[in-house]
Design a protein around this ligand. Structure first.
Ligand code: AMP
Length: 468
């Protein structure tokens, strides 16, 4: 079996889940979840965790990273005769991610009797009381956002001094969100002899220095060099801002895509887009921080159950939504952080499926999009604008920007030789590309889609490493 959506092939022998000798109740859970073979990250990390090592894993969402720490942790809990009040603490940056992890625990734990709770802020008083009771009476796995856990710790009811595992999921995101002090405060409540597992999509220096404080002689696993899943067909449109609405409407008008997420840069824009698309009688909802926690959860559930076809949100949405069968992600605006692009488009083509990711690139965002391509070490197909939208900015327009003088003190120069879009290149020039994902063969779902047909097939070359 080939994991089409997992970019990296493991160098180790392909294992089966039987090789991990999990408790039989956990193996039953695995079968009922439909997991047949471990993904590369699971192959790498599970044996190390089973050997009691601390671990730093660089892995992106969509690789099966959640199960890569949940499975050995849950196996340990199953086999541990004397269970403490709380066995494992998992810290996550957002409530959406905490809930998603909790859902995976529930699925995998179905036959094991392992209990879990997601602890996050923003809910009503009832939720807070339920959390308090669970923490007081004991629950095997606590999945928490740092801020809310601290308020429970401060109220004196949480006993974390017997936990065996601390997992930090999306550690880079937690540091970016300013949780460093909260995490350190929480860690002071934990026993020294715990096992610590740190997962991060990126490994900037601040994560390395942070891990030195928290982990003991960790093993390193590096699965994700920020490569999106290979099942994703990536495309970009060069547009003026004024054309974006029309283009979006044109993409959505035929209803080819059944489950769509649209990312925009601000919640004002998100709300405006919702109104616009509703006028087209599309089944659309916006998702932003002005909505109450219950409403946000209901919207996510409706989207998951395909009651809502189109969800529009800011980057709050880009992590922590585990919905199978999203067939289109639209970046209405290029994300500020290249890593966010990977997270956004990772919402489609989850585990073994395919999907399309379309990005609207205006002249201001061109440089930023180029950084994304450099991060991925590949280029994204440029698609011609449909006639109804009118002419977009010319390639020469971007070229001028690249060669133009510094503006506002920011250099806009490209690296020498890295100008990516050589429209005159013949397809044969690119056939040795290692980048099979950017093959102009669209996924089957999109074969009737005009937007996919507009791909300029000759612009698929990977970035020229020599020129970097
Ligand atoms: P994650 O990277 O943890 O967000 O997981 C992405 C998706 O892959 C989730 O929907 C998981 O349920 C699914 N998944 C995880 N491990 C496996 C596996 N071994 N086989 C098939 N699907 C998996």
């Amino acid at each position: 079996m080939i994991f089409r959506s997992f970019t990296f092939l493991s160098t180790t022998t392909i294992l089966t889940f039987n090789d991990f000798k999990f408790d039989s109740s956990l193996s039953e859970g695995l079968s009922s979840m439909g997991y047949k073979h471990p993904t590369p990250i699971q192959e790498e990390t599970i044996p190390l965790i089973q050997l009691n090592h601390d671990l730093i894993a660089c892995a992106q969402t969509g690789t099966g990273k959640t199960a890569s720490f949940l499975l050995p942790v849950m196996d340990y809990i199953c086999k541990n005769k004397s269970r403490p009040l709380i066995s494992a603490l998992i810290l996550a940056p957002t409530r959406e991610l905490a809930l998603q992890i909790d859902q995976q625990v529930e699925g995998l734990a179905y036959f094991t009797g392992i209990s879990s709770i997601a602890i996050y802020g923003g809910g009503d008083g009832v939720g807070y009381e339920q959390q308090r009771r669970a923490l007081r009476e004991g629950v095997d796995i606590v999945i928490a956002t740092p801020g809310r856990l601290i308020s429970h710790i401060n109220s004196g009811i949480v006993k974390l001094n017997e936990i065996s595992f601390l997992v930090l999921d999306e550690a880079d995101r937690m540091l970016d969100m300013g949780f460093k002090d909260d995490i350190l405060h929480i860690v002071r409540q934990l026993p020294q002899n715990r096992q610590t597992l740190l997962f991060s999509a990126t490994m900037p220096p601040k994560i390395r220095s942070f891990s030195k404080i928290l982990l003991k002689e960790p093993k390193h696993v590096n699965i994700a060099l920020a490569q999106p899943a290979i099942g994703i067909l990536q495309q970009q449109y060069r547009v003026f801002d004024e054309q974006k609405n029309e283009l979006l409407k044109d993409i959505l008008k035929d209803g080819i895509y059944k489950s769509v997420i649209i990312f925009a840069s601000t919640k004002e824009k998100v709300k405006r887009l919702e109104i616009d698309l509703r006028r087209m009688k599309l089944n659309v909802r916006s998702f932003h921080s002005d909505l109450g926690q219950d409403e946000r959860q209901r919207i996510l559930l409706d989207f998951k159950n395909k009651q809502i076809s189109i969800l529009i949100g800011t980057d709050v949405l880009s992590r922590g939504i585990d919905v199978v069968g999203i067939d289109l992600v639209v970046n209405f605006d290029v994300p500020g952080d290249p890593e966010d692009y990977i997270h956004r488009i990772g919402r489609t083509a989850r585990a073994e499926t395919t999907g399309t990711a379309i990005t609207f690139v205006n002249n201001k965002d061109y440089k930023r999009f180029q950084s994304i391509e450099e991060l991925m070490d590949r280029k994204v197909d440029i698609v011609d604008l449909p006639e109804i939208v009118g002419e977009g900015p010319k390639d020469t327009f971007y070229k001028n920007i690249s060669k133009g003088p510094k503006r506002n003190g920011n250099s806009t120069n490209f690296k020498k030789g890295s100008r990516p879009f050589n429209k005159n290149k013949k397809p044969s020039d690119t056939k040795n590309s290692s980048d099979t994902t950017s093959s102009p063969t669209p996924n089957v779902k999109n074969s009737n889609n005009n937007h996919s047909k507009n791909i300029e097939k000759s612009v698929n070359a990977p970035l020229n490493k020599e020129s970097k």
